[in-house]
Each structure stands twice: as structure tokens, then as C-alpha cells.
Ligand binder design. Structure first.
Ligand SMILES: [Fe+2]
Length: 427
């Protein structure tokens, strides 16, 4: 994050003596980016963070992409996937390129180690499940629809609550991960943040009050054998320490993990159809992450609420469908992922333009990741891919809805139009 925060104990100045209760010095660590000129935090460890006792390479994480020369629409269902692995080993990359990797995870077992992604930032979108992420910067409680942003290099352990603790959600724990593969960092769109103060500007669809910061407990002063698995060079390494890796007593700076819940995104609406950049929530180098949230629709009397056909000449678009009414989209269901590549136009399915007329609101909820370079599928994506999806824009048309407008904008049925149950604005 671009703005300053702090947690725990700190000495009054940087780089001065700061002593433990037993008189020994705490170990200061400058945790910085971009060669000491990017966002940085300074943390104070009980133990020197350099005291490694063992290390070994474990397994490769380099995704194997297939059908790299094929350009076509794809629809991958994830709802039938079986839980496996833990919140790290259970991740299955579905799409990616040299800039980002997108994976789905249904963890089946807990992590008995800590993890550090030393290759990129992670944006973890919680679809189902609640729990806690314990990090070097403090504790983050998470629940459904949270985006958890974990910057590169942050050590953490993700712990899901037992199913019996759940009140409303009986679905398996499940989350989507979008991580940088190009070394860039995920943050809010720069146009929403003041250049002078790093404050969120008035036209931003969310602000500081919507972000959940790391909380106490921060410090785990324990001795023993502790494993930290570090992802670097497309390989996970096992590092062993004689003390708990979360031994920080205080930190301050502008580089730390945080949470933003998608329900706290304030959609920007307009008289006419608003384009996807109004839904933008985060950005990194060569890709953006957008949130399509429930909202009022366009209010011109002749407005068409669903998008126009569009050729996104410089982007591949991936949508992850979270909630909403999917009647207006052939075959789409909760947990579906669609890929609409640059190269050909895409748009509303047949009949959905007519059916949308007069609708006043949408209950859609979807996460979108647009990349500026082509995305490639993995074999895991191909196995769940619907081969008929590219042809789903032809054939039978959807029935016209009761909320359809006359040409002059007069409603046939105001109630049906107000309900607008079948309108989704993503394509
Ligand atoms: Fe699109």
C-alpha cells in the first residue's frame, strides 16, 4: 500500500539501538522494494532473520501452458473440483502468462509450515470459507468475498476455520489466486490515489476506511524447528529456522498485507453503460483486477444495460463468476471462469440485449482479470473447458423478458423491469 502504517513496538528513530527485555538488541530488517526507492517497511525481530539452519529445493511451480497457438473463447467450470492439498500446494494454475498466474484452490488440509512467495504479490479472493492469515506484519481475519493482498516476500500461514464454525456457508473452502509473475506489485489504481499524500481521492470507489489492516497478535516468541517454504525461481524451497518465523515485535512503513472486501466496493454508475475501467479495483504491471458488483443500472430512458459488443484489442479478459443470476448467460454457473481473448469481438449472448431493456439493477458479482498480453491455459483448464462455448453466441435466442421496453422507452411491465432479475453486465 502506498500509505504509512505501523503496528507493535518501535524505537523513536530508525537504525538506532532497540533492546529486548533481556538487554539484547532486536534485529532490525528493512523490507523494501525497487532497490530502496520503492514502498518499504522496517521491522524488528526478536531473532536475526538470517539464522537459517537448513534448506533444500522441493518442487517446481513453473506452469506448463498448452495450446499456446490457439486463440478461442473458453469456459472452465470449477464447481466440481475436489479439495486437495493445503492452501498453497492445493493451488491449480488455470491461466497465465509472463505477467500473472491465475489459480483456483479448494484446500483439503491445513498448512503445517509458513509460506513466502518471493516471486510476486498475491491477490487471494475468498469465495467460500473463513479463517485467519498469520503474517510477519500481524493477523488478518478473512471471510467470504475478501480480497487478501499479500505482497511479495511476506511470510504467512493461512488457516481456515473448521466447517462446524460456519453459520451460513456449507460449501467447501475455495479461493481464487491472481499473482504477479513479472515481479510487479498489486495495488489500487494510481488514478485513485493522490500523488502528494497517497490518500484515496474523492472519485475512488473505495478508500482507506474500507481496508482491513494487520492486527495483533503480531509476535510469536517460540523456539523449535520451523519450516518456511519459499517460492523463488519457479521452485518451492524448504528453509528451516530454530525460532518461529513470525517473531516481529513491531513494524512501520508502506509495505504490508491487507484485506479489502468486494462488498465494500462502491460501484460507479452512469446514465449510459459504464466501461470496465469503472470496476477496476487493483492493478499491477500488464494486468488489472476488476469487481462487478450489485448496483443500479444505466438511467437513460432508452439505455441498453448490457455491454455493447467489443473488441478489446489489447486485452485478454478472464471473469470469475461469484454470485448472481446466470440465466442471461448460457451455461455459466457459480465458479465458472471464462476467457475472452483479444483477436475477436465478444458481447452479450443472443436475446440478452432485448431481455435487459428496462432493468433497473443487477445482482451480479464477478471478479475480472484483464491482461495486456495473451493468456495461455494449462492442462487443468483444458480438462474443464467447454468445447461448445465459442459457438454459444449462435443458435436459439433467449425469450424476451416481461421487462422489455417499447421503442419509446415505455415499460411493458414496470415490476419486472424493476426486478431485472436476469441482467448481467459482464461479457
Ligand atoms: Fe469484455
Amino acid at each position: 500500500m502506498p500509505y504509512y502504517s505501523q503496528l507493535g513496538q518501535l524505537p523513536p528513530k530508525r537504525h538506532i539501538q532497540f533492546r529486548r527485555p533481556d538487554g539484547a538488541l532486536y534485529s532490525e530488517e528493512v523490507f523494501g522494494t525497487e532497490g530502496f526507492v520503492g514502498p518499504t517497511s522496517t521491522m524488528y525481530h526478536i531473532h536475526p532473520p538470517t539464522q537459517v539452519t537448513g534448506w533444500k529445493a522441493m518442487y517446481t511451480t513453473k506452469p506448463e501452458y498448452v495450446e499456446r497457438d490457439t486463440m478461442r473463447m473458453r469456459h472452465v467450470k470449477t464447481s466440481g473440483r475436489k479439495p486437495k492439498g493445503d492452501p498453497v500446494t492445493g493451488r491449480v494454475v488455470l491461466f497465465g502468462n509472463a505477467d500473472c498466474e491465475m489459480s483456483i484452490c479448494l484446500p483439503a488440509e491445513p498448512m503445517d509450515y509458513h509460506f513466502k512467495n518471493a516471486m510476486g504479490d498475491e491477490c487471494i479472493f475468498i469465495h467460500h470459507g473463513t479463517g485467519t492469515v498469520y503474517t510477519t506484519f500481524g493477523t488478518l481475519k478473512f471471510h467470504e468475498k475478501d480480497y487478501i493482498i499479500i505482497p511479495k516476500g511476506v511470510t504467512y500461514r493461512m488457516v481456515f476455520d473448521p466447517k462446524s464454525d460456519r453459520i451460513s456457508d456449507a460449501a467447501p473452502d475455495k479461493f481464487l489466486v491472481i499473482e504477479t509473475a513479472n515481479g510487479s506489485h498489486i495495488g489500487p489504481p494510481r488514478r485513485y490515489v493522490s500523488k502528494q499524500t497517497s490518500q484515496f481521492l474523492e472519485h475512488a470507489p473505495y478508500c482507506e476506511r474500507d481496508l482491513r489492516m494487520p492486527q495483533l497478535p503480531l509476535t510469536f516468541d517460540e523456539s523449535g524447528k520451523f519450516e518456511v517454504r519459499i517460492k523463488a525461481r519457479d521452485c518451492v524451497h524448504s528453509y528451516i529456522y530454530d525460532y518461529h518465523p513470525l517473531d516481529v515485535v513491531g513494524w512501520d512503513g508502506c509495505y504490508y498485507p491487507y484485506i479489502f472486501n468486494i462488498d465494500d466496493f462502491s460501484p460507479i454508475v452512469g446514465k449510459h453503460h459504464m466501461p470496465p475501467p469503472t470496476h477496476q479495483t487493483f492493478e499491477a504491471h500488464n494486468f488489472v483486477i476488476c469487481s462487478f458488483c450489485p448496483r443500479l443500472l444505466d438511467f437513460h430512458p432508452l439505455a441498453i444495460p448490457v455491454p455493447y459488443n467489443h473488441s478489446n484489442l489489447d486485452s485478454d479478459e478472464v471473469l470469475y463468476y461469484v454470485e448472481g443470476n446466470y440465466k442471461a448467460r448460457k451455461g455459466i454457473e457459480q465458479g465458472s471462469l471464462t476467457l475472452h481473448p483479444q483477436g475477436i469481438p465478444h458481447g452479450p449472448h443472443p436475446g440478452t440485449v432485448e431481455a435487459s431493456l428496462g432493468a433497473k439493477s443487477t445482482n451480479e458479482l464477478a471478479v475480472m482479470c484483464d491482461t495486456f498480453r495473451p493468456l495461455f491455459p494449462t492442462q487443468a483448464a483444458i480438462e474443464g473447458d467447454d468445447p461448445a462455448y465459442p459457438a454459444s453466441w449462435q443458435g436459439e435466442h433467449f425469450p424476451k423478458s416481461a421487462g422489455q421496453h417499447h421503442a419509446n422507452g415505455e415499460h411493458k411491465s414496470e415490476k419486472a423491469a424493476a426486478d431485472g432479475p436476469s441482467v448481467n453486465t459482464w461479457t
